[in-house]
Design a protein around this ligand. Structure first.
Ligand code: FNR
Length: 388
């Protein structure tokens, strides 16, 4: 039985009795506004923006309003169990932090990856560490405490470099490899184009590359001596337009659970399953890549159906505990947030992320309490009513 996440509100009301009001906002809108005020404009627009006119990004969020959770009474859901089994681990919650490159830059001290890992350690909410970090993956892993972490791989064209990154992630203690498939080329992002801003090309968040022996071996001079050449080399090897023919090779890189991210079509689920992946990750990158207009939530039921007993991770558009509950009811095994925790980081470093995660978990827990769903097994599609 997991602990009562809803008790976060008791702490907040008890502090209120002592005259202490939380300095953190309680809604996504508040986190967003606070982050906008706290972040440098170039980081803010990179994090908040998406592809094209951001239709997909809005659709991701709006899709949750197409579903209503049906309240059930006389259930007596006095205790809720939000724990979930994933890759033979019992996790206290079904929530995780999606990989966000540049979170390093979102913390006031410029070490947001470490601050996020500390929040994972504090909350038990797993972090998927991006390939694009300010601090190398070994340093991030060292801050995770007892909470499992996962490493997200942007597969470079240099296969030896890919293998090196995976081996380092294994050695550092990460518990799975998440291969992101939807970002071998950057989507058309007007906000970043208008400011000519792409953080990695400015040398940001490349620590996993510049600390890598294979990457370094490809350079004539070290990244410390010639940072511009290192960035140039990075831009040449970063994006690999993988095909199904590459899946056996990816599978061969690790015995850790292999998760493929960006899967939105049932046929892709079946092929990934045939290729021996351990989970699929339904996501459209938070609307940052292709502005096609289909929300990730609308893609989820067919992905779940095709996945059968394969776990399905989900993200894109989750803004609250209620959203997380709806995605779980539609069959997600675990639910990720991206921008919400990035904004928490901007608001208050580790403390800010802990607040955002605890708020989302508290709302999920209390929604399940009020509506009579004591555990995740009770959250089936029958718990939802399509409102539009
Ligand atoms: C991302 N995302 C992402 N995904 C990934 O696999 N590797 C990465 O490095 C990044 N980087 C990244 C940067 C920023 C600023 C954002 C906002 C997102 C996508 C991320 O993992 C996730 O799919 C989305 O953030 C989920 O959508 P929401 O929760 O932001 O709506």
């Amino acid at each position: 039985m997991s602990k009562a996440f809803g008790s976060y509100q008791d702490e907040i009301y008890a502090a209120g009795l002592r005259g202490i009001v939380s300095s953190y906002p309680m809604t996504y809108g508040g986190w967003e506004a606070g982050a906008q005020a706290a972040l440098p404009p170039s980081v803010w627009s990179y994090v908040t923006g998406g592809a094209g006119n951001e239709h997909t990004q809005r659709a991701n969020v709006a899709a949750f309003e197409d579903w209503g959770l049906v309240p059930r009474m006389f259930v007596g859901a006095a205790q809720r169990d939000l724990s979930v089994e994933l890759f033979r681990m019992r996790l206290p919650t079904p929530l995780f932090m999606a990989p966000v490159g540049v979170i390093g830059l979102c913390a006031q001290d410029g070490h947001g990856d470490l601050a996020t890992a500390r929040a994972a350690a504090r909350t038990g909410v797993p972090m998927i560490a991006s390939t694009l970090t300010v601090d190398p993956l070994e340093a991030v892993a060292a801050e995770l405490g007892g909470t499992p972490g996962f490493f997200q791989l942007y597969t470079p064209t240099d296969r030896e470099l890919a293998a090196s990154l995976v081996q380092r992630a294994e050695a550092a203690g990460f518990r799975g490899i998440v291969v992101t498939l939807d970002t071998w080329v950057t989507g058309w992002r007007p906000r970043d184009l208008e400011t000519g801003n792409f953080p990695q090309l400015r040398g940001n968040c490349l620590a996993n590359y510049t600390s890598d022996p294979v990457f370094r071996s490809r350079l004539e001079r070290s990244p410390e001596e010639d940072p511009v050449a290192a960035v140039q080399h990075w831009s040449q090897v970063f994006g690999n337009p993988l095909t199904w023919d590459d899946l056996p090779w990816l599978r061969s890189l690790t015995t850790l659970p292999l998760i493929v991210k960006g899967i939105c079509h049932p046929e892709d689920v079946r092929r990934a399953k045939d290729g021996g992946v351990d989970a699929v990750y339904c996501s459209n990158h938070g609307g940052r890549q292709a502005n096609g207009g289909l929300s990730a939530l609308d893609a989820l039921p067919a992905v779940v159906d095709a996945a059968g007993d394969l776990p399905v991770l989900f993200d894109s558009g989750v803004r609250s505990g209620t959203d997380a509950v709806k995605a779980l009811a539609l069959g997600a095994t675990a639910v990720g947030v991206g921008r919400p925790y990035a904004y928490g980081l901007a608001l208050g470093g580790t403390e800010g992320v802990v607040h955002v995660l605890r708020s989302i978990l508290a709302e999920a827990d209390l929604t399940m309490a009020v509506d009579g769903y004591p555990d995740l097994a009770a959250l089936t599609p029958q718990a939802l009513h399509r409102t539009r």
